[in-house]
Write a protein that binds this ligand. Structure first.
Ligand SMILES: [Zn+2]
Length: 229
């Protein structure tokens, strides 16, 4: 009897497997990310995710501070509300071709947004971005450690923040966001600068690279120096 049941079950195994796959496919994938709804930003790129009207307005306003060349580097900005999408401590990230994801609760955070758009623009300028990388590393010297450093007080070593300690491209993106925070009267890493800090020529040299490669306009560059404390 047992043998018979076993034989019958084995015979039906392929069918049972198919049924199991169908059940999993229909009912079992609750953890899969749902497709994000999309709409258009005032600047023409796509926005994905659940934006409130005020969040979208703030984001559009923050983006409009940047030069058009940088805005054109954005393909989309996604407001991603599930934490599993990000590494621990990551507020956002940018994939090549200007695809930016930002954690829901950072979506209107100026610093996070400008930092990621800095990456997007660097990807956008292609070969020039790679040349910038070489020049930036040459300017910075042997300061990058591949990880963040929050054990020291910043600015130091030509870096603005402990996050910039990771690699040249994070340092560069930190310069972009801190620069725009400064010229829009937000708190920035430049607030704790003094004459001694400026004696380290790497800070100005990096700002000059941002100007040369189009991350900042001549007018904003002048504005920065005219308000320097
Ligand atoms: Zn970054």
């Amino acid at each position: 009897m047992l043998k018979k049941i076993l034989k019958r079950t084995l015979k039906r195994t392929p069918l049972l497997i198919v049924i199991a796959i169908v059940i999993v496919a229909v009912f079992g994938c609750h953890s899969a990310p749902v497709a994000l709804s999309s709409h258009q930003s005032a600047h023409g790129f796509k926005l994905y995710g659940n934006f409130t009207k005020s969040q979208q307005e703030t984001l559009d306003e923050l983006v409009s501070i940047l030069p058009t060349t940088m805005i054109n580097a954005i393909t989309f900005i996604a407001k991603v509300d599930f934490d599993e999408h990000f590494d621990a401590g990551e507020g956002g990230h940018c994939w090549p071709i200007g695809r930016i994801c930002i954690r829901g609760y950072f979506i209107t955070d100026a610093g996070t947004l400008w930092h990621e758009i800095g990456h997007a623009y660097c990807f956008h300028i292609g070969l020039k971005g790679l040349v910038l990388g070489l020049k930036w590393e040459e300017t910075a010297g042997e300061v990058y450690k591949g990880s963040e450093d929050w054990t020291n007080y910043y600015p130091r070593d030509g870096l603005l923040t402990g996050y910039g300690r990771i690699a040249w491209y994070e340092d560069m993106a930190e310069f972009v966001s801190e620069f725009y925070k400064n010229i829009t009267n937000r708190e920035s890493a430049f607030d704790s600068f003094n004459e001694k800090t400026w004696e380290d020529g790497r800070y100005k040299a990096k700002m000059d690279l941002l100007l040369k490669y189009g991350f900042i306009t001549e007018a904003d560059y002048q504005k920065f120096w005219s308000t320097r404390k």
